[in-house]
Write a protein that binds this ligand. Structure first.
Ligand code: HEC
Length: 98
């Protein structure tokens, strides 16, 4: 039983992992757009685009939210390495600033 549970954990941890060299946009579309919308307009989660609360917050706020999760949003600590996280945040900033 333990082994099965472990395999299940490993599989679910891998499913959402973007390619090593995925762009910020690809990462966003793979991991975030289901809840925050293709254009950051919001959905299950709040909007993240221009004029949103998130757009007024420092990068550190995005980083901590993505790594630790918040409320109904899961943690992405096991899905993203640091360079991927940086590219994802840059992409969100690009969209916010039009
Ligand atoms: C399963 C749905 C879901 C996914 C997937 C998801 N989020 Fe969220 N996100 C939420 C919800 C719900 C909240 C609001 C949490 C709260 O404050 O209770 C949130 C909050 C946020 C916030 C804070 C915004 C604010 O106005 O407080 C940011 C930033 C954010 N998400 C970024 C992301 C990024 C980037 C990704 C992809 C790595 C992502 N989210 C994936 C559901 C999701």
């Amino acid at each position: 039983m333990m082994v099965l549970a472990l395999v299940g954990l490993l599989v679910s941890a891998c499913v959402g992992r973007p390619a090593e060299d995925a762009t910020g946009e690809e990462i966003y579309l793979q991991l975030c757009s289901n809840c925050h919308g293709d254009d950051l307009e919001g959905g299950i989660g709040p909007p993240l685009g221009g004029g949103s609360f998130a757009s007024t917050q420092p990068d550190e706020f995005l980083r901590v939210t993505i790594i630790e999760g918040r409320g109904r949003m899961p943690s992405f600590a096991s899905s993203l390495d640091d360079p991927q996280l940086d590219r994802l945040i840059s992409y969100i900033r690009e969209v916010q600033h039009g």
